[in-house]
Design a protein around this ligand. Structure first.
Ligand code: GCO
Length: 455
């Protein structure tokens, strides 16, 4: 047993794990669930590695009690999961589907019975297909649909859910789903995808208001952020990195935390009554969630893009910047560099940029793909995940010691699961899942995290 583990987190620090509906639930045609954009996308040949789909995933829809028991044994105080919008409203509008609500009742009640705080995300990318057919996140109408959906959830679960998350990673939906087409719905609009950013931000603001009106409180967002490191000192690379940094980080954080876009050009590129919308988008939130994995090394567009540096996704030409390989660091099995100090750096940058405007922070995701499977003894000895968590949590402990108000950490992920375009090829779990038998096997990293939490 490791005795030398990261320390410095107070007794009230919240330790958790994260998942999302499409990545673990399966049961996509059960309980009255409507089709989502991810069901459609997975059915299109060539979209997902090995033709994988989320149709069964971890079968969490049926095995949720077993999964909650794993969390209980792990000792986490909280569980971040997402509601599947098409389970709640199969076509994205109109009355709620009773069986969908009943599934989340069972899950939430089981969590509460085990002393685990449910921390749901309203939207983790599985848009009801019927809404996508009307333009999805390109159509401003979705912001009102999202507010209605939020009202349904507040009314049903507001009494039992102590902490809420509106959206997951709006930048990834904008860039990957509508910009370059690597995620559902697979549109390649490049900069024409900017309305997707604005509509998500507006949906976030409207949902904060709808949740509160429905009696739910303690609301945040889970946005991914990472330092941008220019590929060189050249003016071209510095300029490209600055553009990327604005688009990736501040386009999504400034409107939420300051009620404004990072520059006038971006504000002017957005559809609708932008000034009025920003007042809604900037509705104060109770806390801010950061998902963090690796820093980005960015250079000018010269045709040397590194796909590993862009979450395994090929960046088409035509953008004014390119991800470049970050050399000199170990890499996860997904090819993402392991850079613990970047974790502290992004949190310090947030503190400097927002000062008093920054609410308490929760780390809503952090983790790594390490694809170790069971050895001949049945043990999954994923030492590299332990090294990753050890390094990143030491970096986090440093900023906590400096006084940055970080209140909790949700490891991504409890289970190996459906990693979007990479299918089942990348294993992020503390618990191994055999995707043939669906047997769950806690890994060495699960025991390491359990010891850390217990301490
Ligand atoms: C995202 C999502 C998660 C991923 C995780 C690992 O960041 O893409 O929030 O669903 O699975 O981040 O890539």
């Amino acid at each position: 047993m490791t005795v030398d583990q990261p320390t410095g987190f107070g007794p009230d620090f919240l330790w958790g794990v994260s998942t999302s509906a499409y990545q673990i639930e399966g049961g996509v045609t059960e309980g009255g669930r409507g089709p989502s954009t991810w069901d459609t996308f997975c059915a299109e040949p060539g979209r997902i590695l090995n033709g994988d789909t989320g149709a069964v995933a971890c079968d969490h829809y049926h095995r949720y009690a077993e999964d909650v028991a794993l969390m209980k044994d792990l000792g986490v105080g909280a569980y971040r999961f997402s509601f599947a919008w098409p389970r709640i409203q199969p076509a994205g509008k109109g009355p709620a589907n009773a069986e969908g609500l009943a599934f989340y009742d069972r899950l939430i009640d089981e969590l509460l019975a085990q002393g685990i705080k449910p921390v749901p995300t309203l939207y983790h990318w599985d848009t009801p297909q019927a809404l996508e057919d009307e333009g999805g996140w390109l159509n401003r109408d979705i912001t009102d649909r999202f507010a209605e959906y939020a009202s349904i959830l507040a009314e049903r679960f507001g009494d039992r859910v102590p902490q809420w998350i509106t959206l997951n990673e709006p930048v990834v939906l904008t860039l990957f789903a509508y910009g370059v087409g690597a995620h559902a719905p697979g549109k390649q609009l490049m900069f024409e995808s900017l309305p997707v950013a604005h509509h998500q931000l507006l949906a976030h603001g409207k949902a904060v208001q709808a949740l509160r009106a429905g009696g739910a409180g303690n609301i945040g967002i889970a946005s991914n952020h990472a330092p941008t490191w220019p590929a060189s000192d050249s003016a071209e690379d510095q300029g490209a990195a600055a553009v990327y940094d604005t688009l990736f980080n501040w386009l999504f954080a400034d409107p939420v935390l300051l009620g404004r876009y990072p520059n006038d050009d971006l504000a002017a590129a957005m559809p609708g009554p932008v000034a009025e919308d920003l007042a809604v988008i900037g509705t104060p939130i109770d806390w801010y969630g950061i998902n963090h994995y690796s820093p980005a090394r960015i250079g000018a567009a010269i045709g040397q893009a590194d796909t590993a540096a862009s979450d395994g996704i090929e960046i088409p030409s035509g953008l004014p910047f390119e991800p470049r390989e970050l050399e000199g660091y170990p890499k996860t099995d997904f090819g993402w560099p392991v850079v613990p100090e970047a974790f502290g750096e992004i949190l310090r940058t947030f503190q400097q940029r927002y000062g008093d405007r920054l609410p308490p922070i929760y780390i809503t995701e952090n983790g790594c793909a390490i694809n170790d499977g069971p050895g001949s003894n049945g043990v999954v000895d994923d030492q590299r995940r332990i090294e990753f968590l050890d390094g990143y949590l030491r970096s986090l402990a440093e900023v906590v010691a400096e006084g940055i108000d970080v209140r909790g950490y949700f490891q991504w992920s409890l289970l190996d699961n459906f990693e979007w375009a990479a299918g089942y090829s990348q294993r992020f779990g503390l618990v191994h899942v055999d995707f043939e038998t669906l047997v769950r096997t806690p890994k060495a990293s699960y025991r390491w995290y359990r010891d850390l939490i217990a301490r």
